[in-house]
Design a protein around this ligand. Structure first.
Ligand SMILES: [Zn+2]
Length: 207
C-alpha cells in the first residue's frame, strides 16, 4: 500500500490561470545539478516537474521554467510566448549601464551599451503580456503593493546573463549571484537586462 502524500495532491488552482506558470509547487523538489537543455546543455540546478500539485510557493520560481521564460521570452504568468510590442514589466528598474558597472555588475550590463545608456534591469523576472499583467494585478494579493507602479515597456534589445552557484554542495539559496564564474558552477536562474533608447548623461550623480 502506498501512502499518498497530501502535500502532493493535485491542486484545484490552475497553472497559468490562478497561479503564475513560473511559480514553484510544493511537489517539485529541488535537488542536484545536471545538463539542462534550457541553458544549451550546461550544468544547471534541477527541480522536479509537477506544476499544479501540492501548493504553490509564490516566493520561489521553478528553476527550469524560470530559465525558459527568459531564454524564450515566455510570459511568466501564462507561459506562452510574448511578442515584441507586448512585453511589459511591473518590477524592472531603469538604471544607467554605468551605474551597474560601477557596482561591479558587469555581467548584467550589455557590453554594447554605453555607460549613459538607460537599461531596464528585469532581474530574474521575464516581461509578460499586458493582458496577463493587468489581470494578475487585479487578482493577486501578493502583487497589491505593485498596483501603483506603471507597466514598463520592455525594449527590443536585451542581454541574458546567468546566476550561478557552486555545483558542489547542496543547492541552497542563490548566494553566489553575480560572483565570478569559477568552475564547476551550475546555472540557477537566468536574468534579463533590456537596452532602452534613453540616455542619462548625468548618470554619475547616481553613484
Ligand atoms: Zn501571458
Amino acid at each position: 500500500m502506498s501512502l499518498a502524500n497530501d502535500s502532493d495532491r493535485k491542486s484545484r488552482l490552475k497553472v497559468g490561470v490562478d497561479v503564475p506558470w513560473v511559480t514553484s509547487w510544493s511537489a517539485e523538489a529541488v535537488g542536484g545539478v545536471g545538463p539542462c537543455p534550457s541553458v544549451g546543455g550546461r550544468l544547471a540546478l534541477r527541480q522536479g516537474e509537477k506544476p499544479g500539485f501540492g501548493r504553490p510557493i509564490y516566493s520561489q520560481n521553478h528553476f527550469r521554467r524560470q530559465r525558459l521564460s527568459i531564454r524564450d521570452m515566455l510570459c511568466p504568468l501564462c507561459g506562452r510566448p510574448t511578442q515584441a510590442g507586448d512585453r511589459w514589466s511591473q518590477t524592472a528598474r531603469r538604471v544607467p549601464a554605468g551605474v551597474l558597472r560601477a557596482r561591479g555588475l558587469f555581467r548584467s550590463a550589455p557590453e554594447t551599451a554605453s555607460d549613459e545608456q538607460v537599461l531596464l534591469d528585469c532581474g530574474a523576472i521575464a516581461p509578460g503580456h499586458r493582458a496577463c499583467m493587468e489581470r494578475s494585478l487585479s487578482q493577486c494579493p501578493h502583487l497589491g503593493g505593485l498596483a501603483n507602479s506603471p507597466l514598463l515597456a520592455f525594449p527590443d534589445v536585451w542581454k541574458v546573463s546567468a546566476i550561478t552557484v557552486a555545483a558542489t554542495g547542496p543547492p541552497g539559496p542563490v548566494a553566489a549571484a553575480y560572483a565570478a564564474p569559477r568552475p564547476p558552477v551550475a546555472i540557477a536562474f537566468l536574468q534579463l537586462c533590456g537596452v532602452t533608447d534613453a540616455v542619462a548623461r548625468r548618470w554619475r550623480t547616481r553613484l
